[in-house]
Design a binder for this molecule. Structure first.
Ligand code: GLN
Length: 280
């Protein structure tokens, strides 16, 4: 086992940082052999059956080609929960966990009505439903595939959320007879011109629909969601966004121009402008 572990790390080192190689190696052992990190250490002298070694080699080849480990294993960890993911939805990010944590910590309401716009895998609404008692959680996405994955993730994590296929840029065309106490969104925010700065495995394996916006109007989702919120956020309600780190101040101004008087910009753990909370 020790030798196999070293072999995996070496093979992955062509594409990943040492710390990533290590964490991916543990994920592979857990998936193929069912071993925890501790068991990998304790059983280091054990011989792994050939069939399992072959399965591990197949995974390694896909990883070296650039396929994300979450797609190969069909799952991603987020906020202590497990989410099914495939190329139709964004792989949940740590920055988004920070946003979810912020919402949970700030919420003072009992049984709030919550809406997540552009839900993808459903990682935001499912985590909120799991952690805010009696929350009524809704989730919109333009993509039918995403809606079906979000439903599946709600079911797998034993919470109930109401999903609906909505193109938020066309929200006036949809009949919505509700107001929400919390509206949250992690919309597409990477400018086309920033694509070349992104990791290749993100650009080639994750949905462009969820990632990219045109250079001409990169805040289009924020503007349309702010307009939607004017109609559908309760007077005391709060709007939360994940944002492009390079557009923090522009996004704050846009919200102020759209009637949000109290806007807070917050950095992620890497010190980048990453999220906003806004009230009227
Ligand atoms: N933070 C994501 C990335 O860098 C982008 C998420 C988004 O566009 N909403 O890949």
């Amino acid at each position: 086992m020790r030798r196999l572990f070293d072999h995996i790390r070496e093979k992955l080192s062509v594409r990943y940082e040492p710390s990533e190689c290590e964490s991916i190696s543990f994920l592979i052992f857990e998936h193929i052999l069912g071993y925890s990190r501790l068991q990998v250490h304790l059983k280091k002298d054990e011989t792994i059956p050939d069939a399992k070694v072959t399965e591990i080699e197949e995974i390694l080849n896909r990883l070296v080609e650039g396929e994300p480990i979450q797609h190969i294993l069909g799952k991603a960890d987020f906020f202590g929960l497990t989410f099914y993911v495939n190329p139709h939805v964004l792989i949940p990010r740590q920055e988004t966990e920070e946003l979810v944590d912020w919402i949970i910590n700030e919420n003072k309401l009992a049984a709030p009505e919550i809406l997540d716009i552009g839900t993808g895998s459903g990682c935001i609404p499912v985590s909120l439903a799991k952690n805010i008692p009696d929350a009524e959680v809704s989730a919109y996405d333009i993509s039918a595939e995403a809606i079906s994955i979000a439903n599946q993730n709600a079911k797998n994590n034993a919470v109930s959320i109401r999903t609906r296929q909505v193109d938020i840029l066309q929200w006036e065309a949809v009949s919505i007879d509700k107001t929400f106490d919390i509206i949250v969104s992690n919309p597409p925010y990477v400018k086309e011109e920033e694509k070349k700065l992104m990791q290749e495995h993100v650009v080639s394996h994750e949905p462009h629909l969820a990632l990219f916006v045109s250079n001409d109007d990169p805040l289009i989702f924020y503007r349309r969601i702010a307009e939607f919120a004017q109609q559908h956020l309760s007077p005391e309600g709060t709007l939360y966004f994940e944002i492009n780190e390079a557009l923090g101040h522009e996004t704050v101004s846009l919200l102020q121009e759209n009637g949000f008087n109290n806007v807070t910009l917050r950095k992620d753990i890497n010190g980048k402008d990453r999220m906003i909370c806004a009230t009227r």
